[in-house]
Design a protein around this ligand. Structure first.
Ligand code: BG6
Length: 483
């Protein structure tokens, strides 16, 4: 058999974004407030509180009608700039653009019976613009947000009823965008649900640790169910479309060759792969029974839940990959930082300005592991480098560090393809600078396109091509040959 030595011809090169970090227009055309828009900007970028929402902080956020403390309300005003932005993506030769739909544009409070036409129209316009340039929209149905109304009335995903609202929402989407959107994804980084509010939309600040975990895993079960229903619905409504899951991959290594560390790393890995085990294989894996029992967690299921999950297996596995960590049985390694600060430091790796451990080879390891385990098409739907960019005296942004990061990861993708992995696409995170998910900063930039806006929201919002823009254009034009 021949070994593939290049990216497939129809490889989906592009970039990925999320409504709440990009759009702005938070209160326009009937849109409701979302869970992302009540989380304040972090005071300290290393020690932030993305998931800390209390009943009091919610009340204050609802009363506040400005975007001053809540940068996700303003994004980068893609709502008014989408034509210009998609044109720039097209100039780079994008084959795919990953974006999310703000659920609260379609159902402002989440539980209405009729959708908001203006919200649907906005995405009609965005998708038409993509299609005009031959760009495939890759759409996340819920990216770290839901209508705040669902939090206030039902405590988000903690309530089984939220499945019904989601199912109504997805039915509207699949019917409206049938034939227009061919790649869907249900929940962004579904593992975030075990980390708190960003994933569950449930306020759990008053609970003790045990009850928190109970609530989060129950909420997650409801998301698994909602995702399974969506998969079935999508296949019925638009048999041509593909629908995937999305995991924040946390590649981890054993800190030493000591078997107790190796076993600790294995468990850590299982706790990360649990989500894709459910969504790709269609059942709760056995190792979680023991984990749940030992941690006093018990998931309430109805009699046909398991069958529904089994009928709702996804078509492809989408994942984000930014870094890797190290696991030790004895907590003897220094903690690494990341969005959600898991795991330990690896002395062999360099870190980003935010302490994320840069590990391109880890991407190849992850790709091989996923392919061995799941045998479904893989789609890297996020990968990138958050950095402080300076506009130089020549008015340009010389971001060779970003080129270097992306190049090394793309090289490893190619190696994985040679290993035999079925990889269908790569949408790097944040092709245009946007608001950070974890800290809500603007100064943590990922883009090929610089956006003139600071952390306080000052600036012209002008878009400027960085050096990496021309580089990525060349990567796509050569289908990954010229790195
Ligand atoms: C992923 C999220 O975790 O990481 C994105 O899906 C996020 O929404 C990205 O923006 C980068 O994280 P951050 O915190 O640097 O924006």
């Amino acid at each position: 058999k021949t070994i593939p030595d290049r990216f497939p011809d129809n490889f989906l090169w592009g970039g990925a974004t999320a409504a709440n970090q990009l759009e702005g227009g938070w209160n326009l055309d009937g849109k409701g407030l979302t869970t992302a828009e009540v989380v304040q900007k972090a005071e300290d970028r290393q020690n932030f509180t993305m998931n800390e929402v209390t009943p009091g902080s919610l009340e204050a956020a609802i009363a506040d009608k400005t975007d001053e403390l809540y940068p996700k309300r303003r994004g980068i005003d893609f709502y008014h700039h989408y034509k210009e932005d998609i044109k720039l993506f097209a100039e780079m030769g994008f084959k795919a653009f990953r974006l999310s739909i703000a659920w609260a544009r379609i159902f402002p409070n989440g539980d209405e019976t009729e959708p908001n036409e203006a919200g649907l129209q906005f995405y009609d316009d965005v998708f038409a613009e993509c299609r005009h340039y031959g760009i495939e929209p890759v759409v996340t149905i819920s990216h770290y947000e839901m209508p705040l109304g669902l939090t206030l009335k039902y405590n988000g995903w903690a309530n089984r009823k939220t499945i019904e609202f989601f199912t109504k929402y997805t039915e509207v989407l699949f019917k409206r965008y049938r034939g227009v959107v061919k790649y869907w994804m249900t929940f962004n980084e579904i593992n975030a649900s075990t980390w708190g509010f960003t994933g569950t939309g449930a306020v759990d600040s008053e609970l003790d640790e045990q009850d928190k975990m109970q609530l989060r895993y129950q909420a997650l079960h409801h998301e698994f169910m909602a995702s399974a229903f969506a998969v079935k619905q999508c296949h019925q409504i638009d048999p041509e479309a593909k629908i995937g899951c999305m995991l924040a991959r946390m590649q981890t290594y054993s800190n030493t060759p000591n078997p107790i560390d190796v076993r600790a790393a294995q468990l850590q890995d299982q706790l990360n792969l649990f989500f894709t085990d459910v969504q790709v294989r269609g059942e709760y894996p056995e190792y979680m029974n023991r984990y749940f029992a030992e941690n006093g967690i018990s998931i309430k299921m109805q009699s046909d839940d398991q069958q529904i999950i089994s009928d709702g297996k996804v078509d492809y596995l989408g994942f984000s990959y930014y870094m890797s960590t190290v696991t030790s049985a004895n907590d003897e390694v220094e903690k690494a930082t990341g969005n959600f600060a898991f795991g330990g430091k690896n002395p062999y790796l360099e870190t980003s300005d935010w302490g994320w451990q840069i590990d391109p080879l880890g991407l190849r390891i992850t790709l091989n592991e996923f392919w061995d385990r799941y045998r479904v098409p893989l789609f890297i739907v996020e990968n990138g480098l958050g950095a402080i960019d300076e506009v130089a005296s020549d008015g340009k942004i010389h971001d060779d560090y970003r080129i270097d990061y992306l190049r090394k990861h793309i090289e490893q993708m190619k190696e994985a393809i040679k290993d035999g992995v079925n990889l269908i696409g790569y949408t790097m995170w944040g092709p245009i600078d946007l608001i950070s998910a974890s800290t809500s900063e603007m100064s943590k930039r990922y883009g090929f396109i610089y956006v003139d806006q600071d952390d306080e929201g000052n600036g012209t919002l002008n878009r400027i091509r960085k050096d990496s823009f021309a580089w990525y254009k060349n990567v796509i034009a050569s289908n990954g040959e010229n790195l």
